[in-house]
Design a protein. Structure first.
Length: 322
């Protein structure tokens, strides 16, 4: 009698299957759109994260590089992808928060057409000077710039680039008259700083680390909330009385806003699990990046705040695209 009662109870229970078996997703490989050429920062992040996502999802995650338009071409591919759950992507601050606010606009609205997945990495933008510079501190640089308006140049990678907007933030916060000199790439900008063609500049930390560690450049401040483990002796702008200088590049994962809830949740779980993996975080840190992996809600709020922040800098300085 007891056995029959237990069997009847078991038969009456609902049968719970794993999520993948229940909804059938994914049943084939997924496309991971990278809007830059192979070897760039977004591509490196994607290639570190993708294998871990594939292991969680049980299907291959195939990287597809779609460069063009400063990252806008690839982002637009994702925004207009078929809403079948099999296409997602990664994008930078430039394409997701800055370009939509510049004069030419974008063929997509990142806050309307994209569903946030998670922040991939934050890439700090230190303010650096060449090793031959007389400035040993940010205070010395500011004092000289104020004493000689228009005499100092700051290097950027073009109008509306992160180094440019960071420089505009700094100029406004410190009340300086310094002149922008634009270069075509981060590598050219770093070379110009090394040669003292420009007296200061912001750039992605991975570009600068080798030069800072070799003693060829001097970092004076960082626009992050906390000091950086790579250069722990360098103070933050907030410590130095300039809390509004808040500049970091970043790369985040997103999907088409029309993606069904089930597949979107599965991709989010896989991406967050990958970015919380200790080995993934170590590899990203070795690239000079701060690993992300927070919730979709946190990344969505971050995207909105970044869009508002850089939009205000662009409006205030009447910045137009090159």
């Amino acid at each position: 009698m007891r056995k029959r009662q237990v069997l009847a109870a078991l038969l009456g229970m609902p049968f719970v299957r794993p999520a993948r078996a229940q909804d059938g997703f994914p049943s084939r490989p997924l496309r991971f759109i990278v809007p830059f050429a192979a070897g760039g920062p977004s591509d490196i992040v994607a290639r570190i994260v993708a294998p871990h996502m594939a292991a969680t999802l049980g299907q291959p995650v195939i990287i597809e590089n779609r460069p063009g338009g400063g990252g806008m071409t690839g982002v637009d591919v994702v925004a207009k992808a078929a809403p079948d759950g099999y296409t997602f992507g990664i994008g930078s601050a430039g394409a997701l928060a800055i370009a939509p606010k510049l004069g030419r606009g974008t063929p997509y609205d990142p806050l309307r057409d994209l569903a946030p997945v998670t922040l991939g990495v934050l890439v700090p933008e230190p303010l650096v000077v060449p090793a031959s510079s007389p400035y040993r501190s940010l205070g010395e640089l500011i004092a000289d710039a104020k004493a000689r308006p228009g005499a100092l140049n700051f290097g950027t990678t073009g109008n509306g680039s992160m180094p440019h907007l960071a420089g505009e933030q700094f100029r406004a916060a410190a009340g300086l008259d310094i002149v922008q000199i634009a270069y075509n790439s981060g590598g050219q900008l770093a070379t110009a700083i090394l040669r003292n063609e420009v007296q200061l500049g912001f750039a992605d930390l991975p570009v600068l680390i080798p030069q800072i560690q070799a003693g060829a450049m001097r970092a004076l401040a960082v626009g992050t909330k906390e000091r950086l483990s790579w250069i722990p002796d360098v103070p933050t702008f907030a410590e130095l009385g300039l809390p509004t200088v808040d500049a970091s590049n970043w790369h985040g994962l997103f999907a088409p806003v029309r993606m069904p809830d089930g597949p979107l949740a599965a991709i989010r779980r896989a991406a967050i699990a990958a970015l919380q993996d200790e080995e993934v975080r170590r590899r990203l840190h070795d690239q000079g990046a701060i690993p992300g992996g927070g919730s979709a809600e946190e990344f969505g709020a971050f995207m909105r705040s970044e869009s508002e922040k850089w939009g205000e800098v662009i409006r205030r300085n009447n910045i137009q695209p090159d």
